[in-house]
Design a protein around this ligand. Sequence first.
Ligand code: AMP
Length: 300
Amino acid sequence: MSVLVVGSTALDSIKTPCRLNPRLLGGSASHAAVAASFFAPVKLVGIVGDDFPRRYIQLYRRHGIDLGGLQLASGKTFHWAGEYEVNMNNRRTLTTELGVFETFTPNLPEAYRQTPFVLLANIAPALQHQVLNQMRRPRFVVADTMDLWLNIALDDLLKLLRRVDALVLNDSEARQLTQEDNIIAAAKKIHRLGPKYAIVKKGEHGALLSSPGGMFISPAFPLNKVVDPTGAGDSFVGGMVGYLAGRSRGAPDAHLKRGMIYGSVVASFCCEGFGLTRTTRLTREAIEQRARLLERMVRF
Ligand code: AMP
């Protein structure tokens, strides 16, 4: 089954203590769509400007991503710039230039509206709503978000939460959303806001799932060198939802735990290169191999 991914389609300028890489392909939807493409067919919804390099369109195509929902507009592509400290857990946003996203109205092609799996990757909650409004009875809807929307669009986000099956967010966002210091308590509060499944990401310490079936802890794959963690969260959720869509048997939630493991694996590869450079060279076999390694590390 296929996955519809909506989110930012961006050019990222990323500065780490070692290097500056201007205008790489980035955006929550780009990372999530490429990650999902290893497991299931993907349809992309987004917008790019006339400065968007053709080679990035070709990159999407190489991953078999359906671009029928990608609008090409005159103007500038969303541009995000961020800087990492030596401790790469600390990142500072230098610039967010919305460009063509400022006037973006997602208008889904007819063929997109019945897609069973929907991933609302990080973007303004109002746009996530607009996409959901056009869908016909999706099987499973997952939303991702960021602190910016908690600060400037909380009402829209709270309304969205009543419409999604699963919410994915990082630990500090979970604390901010629920006003709970303890993330287990925070996850429980998230259920009351709507989502049956709450997934709290903890960076290099993995992710926690709270669900009606109990809790699950998914580790992050231990890396001895992180080149650029940009997009790791998007790759995690993209890999996870892609995996769910790729399983034809059983209810989607039956595969959530394994999906989180695959999400972690793709996210770990993402961190090994700038932007999408490592992820885009991945194969399903390399993913399977690392998933087996991770499984061995946690079995006892
Ligand atoms: P992550 O490292 O998982 O937090 O995601 C980083 C990606 O988020 C980058 O590729 C950015 O282009 C994208 N991004 C940053 N700020 C925003 C925003 N305000 N809305 C949507 N996407 C964003």
